[in-house]
Design a protein around this ligand. Sequence first.
Ligand code: DGT
Ligand code: CA
Ligand code: CA
Length: 573
Amino acid sequence: MPVRNLAVAAVFEELADRLAIQGANVFRINAYRNAARTLQELSGDVGQMIEQGRDLTELRGIGADLAGKIHEIVTTGTCELLERLRREMPPAVTELLQVPGLGPKRVASLWHDLQVQTPEQVLRAARDGRIRALPGFGEKTERRIESAVAAHLSKERRFKLAVAGQYADALVAHLQRARGVERVVVAGSFRRMRETVGDLDVLVTARKANQAIEQFTGFAEVEEVLSRGGTRASVRLRGGLQVDLRLLAPESFGSALQYFTGSKAHNVALRRLAQERGLKVNEYGVFRGDTRIAGDTEESVYAALELPWIPPELREDRGEIDAARAGRLPKLIELGDLRGDLHAHTTATDGHQTIDEMAAAARALGLEYLAITEHSRRQGMAHGLDEKRLREQGEAIDRFNARAKGIRVLKGIEVDILDDGTLDLPDRALAGLDLVIAAVHSRFDLSRAQQTQRILRALENPNVSLLAHPTGRLIGEREPYDVDMLQVMRKAKERRVCLELNAHPERLDLIDTHCRMAKDEGVLVAITSDAHDVAQFANLRFGVGQARRGWLERRDVANARPLRELMRLLARR
Ligand code: DGT
Ligand code: CA
Ligand code: CA
């Protein structure tokens, strides 16, 4: 269960934050950050590795010292160094790092010079004008900090879908192990595959209510039991995610599932429709007067309203009820529809596995093709490829394809779009590839007009077949850049370029509403993993979730086509 990995990663993150505020050596800080990343991306359970006596220093970025710390954290739940640092500096100080504009240096100075520890205290200090006097701050900075902290305080905490998913999977498995527990479903925004989740809403049916609640509050990741009653309980997990559990009567399971899956807007619209028909819908069933006419299954709830079952990803009150009434619900894309992946990296740049390893993993997932698309030379940190290395990789791919069975590796590149919209490699280097992905990795700050022009120019390049992560956003970290998406789509359509839906949990970019726009504009979407190691192919499921939220069907997705059709599509351009 990878949850333990996340807990260890959280300790390392906190260590890095605290060391950064103390002004420690950057290499030491980065070592902890890298180790945290390794653990977050690890598919096996590090606790189990220890039990099996495996050598943790085999893991990327983990040396003897870090291996010792992991051991200590897994066995004791914390580590001595962290406890010491927490004694030296109060717990809340690290939260200040989450406020945009507050780096370790500023946080250190706020803490040392003003004894400020919490966001609320920062806000008060800013409003009192105490911050401007600190060396390196000034009045303008003070105003900026004031508004950033205010925004931070008013923002509810949300979790990325993939992170919530790790907790949800582990919790569901834990609940299912209890005797007497029958059904376990996670409803809410998680079931709708929203890119972020506020809390988990778990629905359970069980023969013995008590045992189910016991099992729930006994989940190893529970930090605090917030409330607990005969048929429901709420807990907060380590890491902060809240989980509400409700025990349901089997006969109203469908109604409750429907109700707690939401969204609220969908439910409101559904209730309105029910009222028009003289019916009442709530979490206990569908009623005509006092008579219950449906509710044991979700299908029965929708059927009572003369609707077909509506997939959870569509339940956002974005026209799905009208579509359902008209018999025009889309037949949504499914994970199993994907025939290949069009975006992946290897050890040639910043990936962690070889062509052979990546291809074997893709094949094991049932994919029939995989494009290797490394970064281009501008991405120096990632060892981006120049013309010569790209050619050499192409030869390696030819050799691979000559001997490989069951999967075809495509030659690609993820080439940077430069500031002026030209590409980071010459056309002659791109012309021989199967696939060219163009990507913005810089100058996110350009004006809407400039950013749009820049991307349109890149799409004019006859070699480009796919536009990577079209808005550039990183969920919770970086807003989308400002771009006229409709213009981009129309150019993409004209140039027969596909838009990427990058399934990396931090990106999920194309955004759902843009997926729908692409469909309306007749632009194909490619759902890609952007895998940097074999475990990351699993992220495709989140990309498919986002695509479903964007109403995409199999025919709207480029890599749902078999290899031959895909090659025809790429060649036609
Ligand atoms: P989240 O947790 O913020 O990511 O979003 P949800 O959609 O999971 O919302 P949550 O956890 O507050 O509630 C779960 C579901 O319960 C929600 O999607 C619909 C249903 N629900 C909650 N409150 C109301 C309400 O006041 N009216 C209606 N009709 N449904 C509600
Ligand atoms: Ca929820
Ligand atoms: Ca909830």
